[in-house]
Design a protein around this ligand. Structure first.
Ligand code: SF4
Length: 168
């Protein structure tokens, strides 16, 4: 064969195949049961009430496998509400660092997305992305539970798509 890939390059050893299957299984489980941790970085509590409502039986985010956890070490997704105040800046960074890879951040509400009405205040550093990288923004003041569910589902969908593209 000239220039092209030989048949040998298509061969996957049984050992490697086991790892590929294992990787697939882990990713499938991760997408179907993302565990989240909620962090209020300085919210007026409006967004937090909507997040709590989203997680409780009326809106039931758990039907997508989403579960709230108490420790960042157990969570895949960090859900933040409010602008980042100087008081919480170091803490959010620390929480983010404690999460294991791959990890994602969702900014819930206008304040978390951009600082909102608190932009320019002496004690505010800005939106969540002024401290940690954000994967999804859910605008609204506060966003309705339906919008939060939509944001989380879209994030999971885009992660699944990204993963499929990476495999190609
Ligand atoms: S977006 Fe609105 S409800 Fe949410 S923290 Fe900011 S001011 Fe409060």
């Amino acid at each position: 064969m000239s220039g092209g890939k030989g048949l040998c390059s298509l061969y996957i050893s049984p050992e490697k195949r086991k790892f590929i299957m294992f990787d697939k299984l882990i990713n499938w489980a991760r997408m179907k049961s993302p565990w989240i941790i909620h962090f209020n970085t300085g919210s007026c509590n409006g967004c937090d009430i909507e997040i709590v409502s989203t997680l409780t039986p009326r809106y039931d985010l758990e039907r997508f496998g989403v579960q709230q956890k108490g420790s960042p070490r157990h969570a895949d997704v960090l859900v933040c509400s409010g602008p980042v105040t100087l008081q919480t800046k170091d803490r959010i960074q620390r929480v983010y660092e404690q999460m294991t890879e791959p990890k994602f951040v969702v900014a819930v509400g206008t304040c978390a997305s951009s600082g909102g009405v608190f932009t320019g205040c002496y004690g505010v550093s800005g939106g969540i992305d002024s401290v940690v990288p954000v994967s999804a923004y859910i605008p609204g003041c506060p966003p309705r539970p339906e919008a939060i569910i939509d944001g989380v589902v879209k994030l999971l969908g885009s992660l699944e798509k990204k993963e499929e593209e990476e495999k190609k």
